[in-house]
Every structure is written in C-alpha cells, then in structure tokens.
Design a protein around this ligand. Structure first.
Ligand code: HEM
Length: 155
C-alpha cells in the first residue's frame, strides 16, 4: 500500500479537510484506535521530534490519551475530548510548538509506519491517511528561512 506525503501546499495554507470515514473507527474499535495512537507516539519518541514530547511516563501516557480522545470524537462518539479538554482548537494548542514542514514529514512518517501495521482494509487506511495529510498542514507554524544569495559587488 502506498501512503504518500503531499507537499503541494504553501506555508500558512489551510486546505479544506476531508473527514475520515467513520468506518475506520468502527472497524478498529476504541481499543484498536488507542493502540494505533500509542504506537504513533512511541515512534515519535524515537524520532527527531522526541524533544517535543514529555519524558515523564505519566505525562506521555496522558498525551496518548488526549490524542486518541480527539480521534474517537472526530469519527464517532463519545465526545471524550470535549469532556476532558474542551474545544479542540488544535491550531492554537499546537502554536506553542515550532512545527516546520519537515517536522510534519516526520510526524506523518511515524503515522505511516503505525498505519501499515494496522489490520484495517486499505480504503479505510487511505481515508484516515488523507485526513492526516491535509489537516497536518494546518499545524505547520514555523519556517526555516533560507538566506538569500549574496550579491557580489561589481566595484
Ligand atoms: C492531523 C494533524 C494533527 C492532529 C489531529 C493532532 C492532534 C493532537 C492532539 C489532539 C493533541 C493533544 C492536545 C491537547 O489536548 O493538549 C496534540 C498534541 C501535540 N501535537 Fe499534534 N496533531 C497533529 C499534528 C501534529 C504535528 C504535525 C506535530 C509535530 C510535527 C504535532 C505535535 C504535537 C505536540 C508536540 C503536541 C503536544 C504534546 C504535549 O502536550 O506534550 N502534532 N496533537
């Protein structure tokens, strides 16, 4: 299965987000969805983004829970995230972390690895992946500037 990372976006873009097929969640169930998110976080911890996430085990487990709560709410019920954290406002919540386009690539690569291990029909994996691909663009809030070429003096 090919899960490609889309790059045809510009910094600051907020493309319309396709909702994932709720059947993805129905197929996995709550336990399966939490397992997927947990795997994603464990991979993030081994990636070059690891410094963004807590070292403390309890805090890390809480991160996993918050993230899984969000996806469960997105694709079905219960609205765990609203109950425990309030309105998602994810762009805001991510704004304290510098998320670059290449950071997004790493984040998505970890999800790709986790998804490829997940026993769900391909079309449902694709639907969830498309959602991640597009919505992750919204989280990008930092740019590594490339210095402009120096112009040689002709004098
Ligand atoms: C589809 C895109 C994404 C979704 C749906 C998503 C979802 C979430 C959720 C639900 C939380 C928990 C927020 C809270 O309640 O405090 C969270 C936290 C976080 N996310 Fe994302 N995220 C996305 C993309 C990204 C990307 C691309 C990065 C980095 C490259 C990232 C890094 C983080 C970090 C650092 C935290 C906070 C961890 C902490 O509080 O310790 N996220 N994300």
């Amino acid at each position: 299965m090919q899960l490609e990372i889309q790059h045809d976006f510009r910094f600051g873009d907020r493309p319309p987000v396709p909702k994932p097929d709720p059947q993805f969640y129905q197929f996995l169930g709550e336990e399966g969805l939490r397992k997927l998110v947990s795997r994603h976080y464990d991979l993030l911890r081994k990636s070059r983004l690891r410094k963004m996430f807590p070292v403390d085990e309890e805090a890390f487990e809480l991160d996993k829970r918050n993230s899984a709560d969000f996806f469960i709410q997105l694709m079905g019920v219960p609205d765990y995230y609203n109950q425990r954290r309030g309105r998602p406002a994810l762009v805001n919540r991510h704004s304290t972390f510098p998320i670059t386009p290449s950071g997004r690539d790493v984040w998505l690569s970890c999800y790709r690895e986790a998804l490829l291990e997940t026993p769900v029909p391909d079309h449902l994996i694709h639907s969830f992946w498309n959602y991640l691909n597009v919505f992750s663009v919204w989280m990008v809030n930092s740019y590594t500037k490339i210095a402009p070429p120096t112009t040689k003096s002709t004098q």
